[in-house]
Write a protein that binds this ligand. Structure first.
Ligand code: AMP
Ligand code: ZN
Length: 469
């Protein structure tokens, strides 16, 4: 399996640290608003990467964080006259609903920055102790980039160029920096902002430290894949590498994967430009499967332009697959028992070839565009060869192949058996019990399972309420 590694700028053969296992960390959203469909691109892309590894039989540990302390969250909280916590909790819930509706699997762990402060204090202290960080007069702690000879290796930037580039920029409040390219690990509190005590000053973490700490806590010092959108290469991922490798004394992630942007009118979709659609807005017009299918119709490293025409084309393409599966299902119900013969044997051979084509596309740096084409070819094969005279085994086999491959893409082809109210109530009761027992990990796991089944929970004053998404 080949993966394009931003570190080497080459496709490399995937070799896991531990045979049969994949440890991956995907940088998640900052939660101060509903997510937009640009944010959804890495969610869908890396969920598909995860699904393909699982299809290949790997045990995947998938961690994706929520950044829940940040200037934008604090600003929103001040505007609304509530705590930052209230804002982030609300948008984490909303984000989880969107992920479930896009059939993005719940991560093994979804850590939150504010719950991991003590780990951050430990790592920052280690970096100070070994000379990779220093404390300025106002209590700000900076990472000393010149202490890490490999700084710039991910973004392929040269530290000297960076230093001269930054020299012109004087940032107020950062006068204590030894060098303009140094970055903040911990900063003093400002009036009205959330803060935590630390040996250096009451304050809060810089943005980058959280991912180094959460990745280490939940996956260990070394991981296989670290991923996110390409805007994270510099400075975020470059700084994560510096922090993790200097604190742990070993290399951090083997493969760095970055998705290209989702654009609109050929400009990056972003909150700050205001040129975005939220996932929620799209869900009013389309089943979010269409959005997922649209995202996967392009290779993840190619820019993708969002347009109504392309969404319509995706809707039609997806309908073609779903209609075909529906037809095969009807044929299966009415077909006579019997083994495939003659032409059908050839059809099965063709289907097996197309399945290999799908796999080859996925193994070539997750080329979902080509993988989707292989599914369309299967649909064409089914439409032209399966009919009322077909043997049941032939119909069943074609349907199973299409569904298996769609499942890797996270496309649901058949309505899952209705989740019974009684089962949901039972799981909610088990979650309540776990919470009573202070087994929050189990409680979260149950909530995650329910989300994967399309059930969203809301903890209200009157108790737990639930609904289907
Ligand atoms: P943020 O909340 O801005 O930190 O973004 C969360 C994730 O979404 C990161 O991995 C970003 O790189 C990614 N992202 C944000 N905007 C886009 C976009 N227009 N296209 C693709 N990925 C994006
Ligand atoms: Zn991160």
């Amino acid at each position: 399996m080949k993966i394009f590694n931003t570190l080497s700028r080459k496709k490399e053969e995937f070799v896991p640290l531990t045979p049969g296992q994949v440890k991956m960390y995907v940088c998640g959203p900052t939660v101060y608003n509903l997510i937009h469909i640009g944010n959804a691109r890495p969610m869908i892309v890396f969920d598909t990467v995860r699904r393909y590894f699982e299809y290949k039989g790997y045990d995947v540990q998938y961690v994706s964080n929520f950044t829940d302390v940040d200037d934008k969250i604090i600003k929103k909280a001040i505007e609304e006259g509530v705590n930052a916590d209230t804002v982030s909790r609300r948008y984490i819930e909303e984000c989880k609903k969107d992920m479930a509706a896009m059939n993005v699997k719940t991560a093994t762990v979804h850590p939150q920055a504010t719950q991991e402060i003590s780990g951050m204090l430990d790592m920052i202290q280690t970096l100070i102790d070994n000379g990779h960080a220093y404390v300025a007069a106002d209590g700000t702690v900076y990472f000393r980039t010149s202490s890490f000879k490999e700084y710039g290796k991910l973004s392929h930037k040269n530290l000297e160029d960076l230093q001269s580039g930054f020299r012109e920029i004087k940032v107020t409040g950062e006068e204590g920096k030894e060098d303009p390219s140094d970055f903040v690990l911990w900063k003093p509190k400002k009036e009205g902002e959330p803060y935590w005590e630390s040996p250096w000053c009451d304050g809060r973490p810089g943005w980058h430290i959280e991912c180094s700490v959460m990745s280490k806590r939940y996956l260990g010092e070394q991981i296989d894949i670290h991923a996110g959108g390409e805007d994270l290469i510099f400075p975020h991922h470059e700084n994560e590498i510096a922090q993790s490798e200097c604190a742990n004394g070993r290399s951090f992630a083997t493969y760095w994967m970055h998705n290209a942007f989702l654009n609109i009118d050929n400009r990056k979709m972003s909150k700050s430009l205001g040129n975005f659609f939220t996932v929620r807005e799209i869900s009013e017009k389309y089943d979010l499967q269409v959005l997922r299918f649209f995202m996967l119709s392009a290779h993840y490293r190619s820019p993708l332009n969002f347009s109504a025409e392309l969404m319509e084309a995706s809707k039609n393409g997806l309908d073609r697959i779903l209609t075909c599966v529906g037809k095969l299902k009807d044929l299966e119900a009415n077909a006579s028992e019997g083994a495939a013969v003659g032409e059908e044997e050839a059809g099965l051979g063709e289907a097996a070839k197309l399945k290999r084509k799908f796999e080859a596309a996925m193994e070539d740096d997750f080329n979902t565009a080509d993988a989707v084409s292989a599914v369309f070819e299967l649909v064409k094969l089914a439409n032209s060869t399966a009919d009322e005279t077909s043997a049941k085994s032939y119909v069943v086999s074609l349907k199973a192949t299409i569904q298996e491959l769609c499942d890797v893409l996270g496309i649901i082809t058949e309505k899952q058996a209705e989740v019974l109210d009684g089962d949901v109530e039972e799981m909610i009761a088990a979650r309540q019990q776990a919470r009573k027992d202070k087994n929050f990990a189990l409680a979260d796991e149950i909530r995650g399972k329910l989300l994967d089944m399309g059930i969203v929970l809301e903890d209200t004053r009157e108790g737990v309420k639930w609904k289907r998404v």
